[in-house]
Each structure stands twice: as C-alpha cells, then as structure tokens.
Design a protein around this ligand. Structure first.
Ligand SMILES: NC(=O)c1ccc[n+]([C@@H]2O[C@H](COP(=O)([O-])OP(=O)(O)OC[C@H]3O[C@@H](n4cnc5c(N)ncnc54)[C@H](O)[C@@H]3O)[C@@H](O)[C@H]2O)c1
Length: 320
C-alpha cells in the first residue's frame, strides 16, 4: 500500500504509522504538529519514521484542501488512514467553530482528494462519544447517534454522515472507526491514564467525576491498530464500526489498579461530572469481530502495566 496517515505524529497515528511502515508499506505522514499538547512529544513519536527510507513526514494542515490533493496525487496514495483531528470532549465545549473546521472541513478535504484520485479505501477516526446519554448500552452502531453531548462528537458525527455522501455519490470505500478511550505508551497527556500517573507521581490531586462512579471502556492502542490495519485491507463500501474492548471499568477500579502499579496513593478531588460526560461508555464490538476479525487482547491491568512501564522510562521515575 502507498499510505497517507493524517495525524500520524499523534498518539494513535504514530503507533499505526510505525506498524504500517514495519509491515512494508510506504507511509506518508501528514501532521500540523499543533500545540494542543507539546509538539516536541509528537516529533519524538515519529522519530523512527523520519529516518526510514520508505516513509516521509510532511508538516501540513488538513484544512488546506489544495495541499491534501497535491499530496495524494504526488505520492500516488492508494489508501488513507485519516486520524488527524481535534479530540477531547471538554476542550470542544468553547471551541465549536474550530472543531468544525478541523474535524468536518478537514475530513471533507481528505474525502475529496480520495475520490478525485481513486483511493481504494479511506479509514477515518470517529469516537464513542457520538453515542449520547440516551443510547442503549452497550453502544451498537445501529443506535441513533443524533444527540451528541458536545461539539467534538457532533463534529465527528457530521464527518461520518458526509462520508456516506462520498460513498453514495462516488462509490468511495469509506470506513469510520469509533474508538473507545484509547490508552497506551505515548498516550495523550490530556487523557486520564496519563493524568492519573502524572498526578500520583507528582503528589498532585486528581479530579474525579461523580465519586469515580463513571465507567469507561478502555482500549489498548495495539488492539486499535490491529483493527485499523484490518480495516485498511478490507474495502467494504460504507461502514461505521466500533473499535473498543467491550469491558467497561469503574473509575474507582481504574484508580485502584494505578495505585497498585505505582505503589502510591492517589489524592482524589471529587467533582460533579460536566454535562458533556456520559456516565458509561460500553462497546458492542461484535460488528468489528465479524467484519475485521477484531479481537482485543490486552486487558486493562495488563495495558496499564505496559503504560506505566513506558511512563517510568520516559520520565525516569524511581521505584516507590
Ligand atoms: N485517543 C482516544 O481515546 C480517541 C478516542 C476516540 C477518537 N479518537 C480520535 O482518534 C484520532 C487520533 O487521536 P489521538 O488520541 O491520537 O490524538 P492526538 O491529538 O495525539 O493525534 C491527532 C494528531 O492530529 C494532528 N492534527 C490536529 N489537527 C490537525 C490539522 N488541522 N492538520 C493536520 N494535523 C492535525 C495533531 O497534531 C495530532 O498529532 C483523532 O481524530 C481523535 O479524535 C481518539
């Protein structure tokens, strides 16, 4: 495959791009290295690709339609893994216009380039947050997802719907993967696994919603990458597919695992959950199992142990 990976310097993108390059594909990474978190972290994430002869890293913005078109054409791209985007439900609350520009217009720019240059398959990142408070549990793809609780999931849902238009009008193979709380080494610093480790190590309090009674379906990044690799190889027309572990865990339990791993107590600061937060996320992954042979292998205790091992190495944390 001649692959374009957008957002390839980010957390999930760098794991995916490195795996795809190791599998012998030519990988072109596009990322704008924005400062949503430290861009130096992103540059470090893709260091292995910078020195790989079969990979190219391009600093570019997906909002630049002409540049996306040029890259797809000039590099004879055959498949696109579109992961560039603005994430984080709470950060989106005050920034709807920006989230729409990047997550909706940016995605349309990739869909447009894909159909103009005969791309075989485009796989795009969506989110479990498109399911609202009223979605039946576990979340299944056939549930209506038309009551998103913040502009981030609303922008992702809009992109999914536009993907259908490109399939309908131009026969483009488009797959939207709805990720459920992805974690692992190089994880995003604005997400709970990193924040909890960091707070415990630094002795800082952790904000925990609703007494830790929220449940999240944590999914290890290697399992997500397995699903994405399978999705790239299987053009299926238009599909939306959940990629999640299917085993939600109470936040209190999550904290206990982290305390056991670090050998330190967490300082909990209990706060009410904001309106943007659903009480539970729970993936029905049977469609992914059927269509992508998806089979998440890494349990939360195992995945957090691997993530903690990475954190300790990355930040030189001594034993407790
Ligand atoms: N991590 C999760 O749990 C999770 C869950 C659901 C969905 N997602 C989605 O998966 C994708 C990857 O998430 P992640 O956790 O790796 O986040 P990330 O922020 O680490 O990665 C996103 C990357 O996209 C790049 N980017 C952002 N705007 C861009 C633009 N305009 N042009 C070019 N590049 C741009 C960023 O610089 C970053 O490197 C995102 O689309 C996100 O919404 C992630």
């Amino acid at each position: 495959m001649n692959l374009l990976v957008t957002g390839g310097a980010g957390f999930i993108g760098s794991h995916a791009a490195i795996r795809l390059a190791e599998a012998g594909n030519r990988v072109i990474v596009v990322d704008n290295f924005n400062d949503f978190y430290d861009p130096a972290v992103k540059r470090a994430n893709i260091l292995p690709l910078v020195y790989s002869p079969q990979s190219t890293v391009i600093e570019a913005d997906i909002r630049d339609a002409a540049e996306m078109d040029r890259i797809v054409r000039d590099y004879s791209i055959t498949h696109i893994l579109h992961l560039a985007g603005l994430a984080n439900v709470r950060a989106s609350i005050e920034q709807a216009p920006l989230y729409v520009e990047v997550n909706v217009t940016g995605t349309v720019n990739l869909l447009e380039a894909a159909r103009r240059h005969g791309i075989q398959q485009i796989v795009c990142a969506s989110t479990s947050s498109v399911y609202g408070e009223d979605s039946p549990i576990p979340f299944v793809e056939t549930a209506p997802a038309d009551h998103p609780m913040a502009s981030y999931p609303a922008s992702k849902r809009a992109a999914e719907i536009l993907g259908h238009t490109y399939y309908h009008l131009f026969g483009l193979n488009v797959l939207f993967a709805r990720f459920f709380s992805v974690y692992g080494p190089n994880g995003r610093p604005d997400m709970m696994p990193f924040m909890v480790m960091d707070s415990i190590v630094k002795g800082k309090p952790i904000r925990l919603f609703n007494g830790g009674q929220m449940r999240r379906d944590w999914t290890y990044v290697d399992d997500i990458v397995d699903g994405l690799c399978a999705a790239l190889e299987r053009p299926l027309g238009y599909e939306i597919i959940n990629l999640g572990c299917g085993a939600p865990v109470l936040m209190t339990e999550f904290i206990t695992i982290m305390e056991e791993l670090t050998g330190r107590k967490a300082l909990i600061h209990d706060v009410p959950a904001p309106l943007s937060e659903p009480p539970v996320t729970y993936c029905d992954n049977s469609k992914a199992r059927r269509l992508l042979d998806f089979n998440p292998r890494v349990s939360l205790p195992d995945g957090l142990a691997r993530t903690w091992a990475w954190y300790r190495r990355a930040f030189s944390v001594p034993s407790a």
